[in-house]
Design a protein around this ligand. Structure first.
Ligand SMILES: Nc1nc(=O)c2c([nH]1)NC[C@@H]1CN(c3ccc(C(=O)N[C@@H](CCC(=O)O)C(=O)O)cc3)C=[N+]21
Length: 289
C-alpha cells in the first residue's frame, strides 16, 4: 500500500488565493492594505531566505510588507524600541520577529513585548493561553497549517487517537491544543518518553516535530494512519523531514518534505495577518479561511 501524498504546496497556494480575495474586500471596506512587519536580526542565510519569501507572499496577497533588518549585535533595548514603534503603528496589523534571536537577546522579553493582537505568529503567552482556553486569538502558523491539512484528510477528527512528537512552544504544544479542541485523544511525547513506538503504534494521527532527520520509522506506524512531518532538516542529501521516507509504504496519508507543512506556514501567516487587519478594521471575514 502506498500513502496519499498530502500536497501542502497546492493547499497553501489555494489558501493564499482565498486570502488575497478577502484582502481585496478588507481594502475596499477600510481604504487601506493590511500590513505585516517582519523583523530579522543578523544575517543567518536560512532566515534571510524565509524572510524574503514571507515578503514576496505578503505583496502577492495584496498586503503591505515592512521589513526591518537589524545587525546581529543590535542592543536588546533597540529591538524592544522597534517592537514598541510597530505596536503603535496603525499601518501594521501583524508583527513577526524571526527566531532564533542572537544569544545576547532575551527572546521571551521580545515576544512578550509584541501586542498580542498583532502577534500573528501566535507566540505571545496571551495567545497561548487563549488557545488553551478556547478564546479567539492567534494560533501559531505551523500547527494551524498542519491542522488544515489533517482536516482535508479527516473532516471530522473527533475521537481519533493523535500522537504529537515534540513539545516546543512553537509547534508541539499548540498542535496538541488544536487536536484536543478537535476532540482527538491527544498524547504528547518527547525526548524522555519511554517506548515511544508503543504510543505511535496506537495513533490514527502522528505529528512529528523533533528536528531529527528520519526519526519516525515505518514499523512504528499503524497501517493507514495519517502522518504529518514538520521536520525541515538540512542534510547533505538536501532538505529532509523527521519521518523516514519508507513510512509512506505504511501510512494512509503523509506530508512530503519539502512541499508539505513548510508552504502552509507562510500561507497561514498571510491568513493570520488578514484576520488581524479585519478585526482591527471591524470587517467580517469568510468562515472558510
Ligand atoms: N518568528 C518566526 N516565525 C516563523 O514562522 C519562523 C521563524 N520565526 N523562524 C524560522 C522558521 C522556519 N519557517 C519556515 C517557513 C517556511 C518554510 C518553507 O516554505 N519550506 C519549504 C522549503 C523551503 C526551502 O527549500 O528551504 C518546504 O518545506 O517546502 C520552512 C520553514 C518559519 N519560521
Amino acid at each position: 500500500m502506498s500513502a496519499r501524498i498530502i500536497d501542502g504546496k497546492d493547499f497553501a497556494s489555494k489558501l493564499r488565493a482565498r486570502v488575497a480575495a478577502e484582502v481585496a474586500r478588507v481594502v475596499a471596506a477600510s481604504g487601506r492594505k493590511p500590513g505585516l512587519a517582519v523583523v530579522l536580526v543578523g544575517e543567518d542565510p536560512a532566515s534571510s531566505v524565509y524572510v524574503r519569501s514571507k515578503g514576496k507572499a505578503t505583496l502577492a496577497a495584496g498586503m503591505e510588507s515592512f521589513e526591518h533588518r537589524l545587525s546581529a549585535d543590535v542592543a536588546e533595548d533597540e529591538l524592544i524600541a522597534l517592537v514598541d514603534r510597530l505596536n503603535a503603528d496603525p499601518a501594521v496589523d501583524g508583527i513577526l520577529v524571526q527566531l532564533p534571536l542572537p544569544r545576547h537577546i532575551d527572546e521571551r522579553r521580545v515576544i512578550t513585548r509584541i501586542d498580542p493582537d498583532k502577534d500573528v505568529d501566535g507566540f505571545h503567552p496571551v495567545n497561548a493561553g487563549r488557545l488553551a482556553t478556547g478564546l479567539p486569538g492567534f494560533v501559531p502558523c505551523t500547527p494551524l497549517g498542519c491542522l488544515m491539512l489533517l482536516k482535508d484528510v479527516h473532516p471530522n477528527l473527533s475521537g481519533l487517537d493523535a500522537v504529537v512528537i515534540g513539545r516546543s512552544n512553537i509547534v508541539g504544544k499548540p498542535m496538541g491544543q488544536l487536536l484536543l479542541a478537535e476532540s482527538c485523544t491527544v498524547t504528547m511525547t518527547h525526548s524522555r518518553t519511554r517506548d515511544l513506538f508503543a504510543h505511535v503504534a496506537r495513533a490514527d494521527i502522528v505529528v512529528a516535530a523533533v528536528g531529527i532527520p528520519g526519526f519516525v520509522k515505518a514499523d512504528w506506524i499503524k497501517p493507514g494512519a495519517s502522518v504529518i512531518d514538520v521536520g525541515i532538516n538540512r542534510t547533505d542529501a538536501g532538505l529532509v523531514g523527521d519521518v523516514d521516507p519508507t513510512v509512506a509504504d505504511v501510512a494512509g496519508a503523509i506530508t512530503p518534505v519539502p512541499g508539505g507543512v513548510g508552504p502552509m506556514t507562510i500561507a497561514v501567516l498571510m491568513r493570520n495577518t488578514l484576520v488581524s487587519a479585519a478585526r482591527r478594521e471591524g470587517v467580517s471575514l469568510d468562515d472558510a479561511l
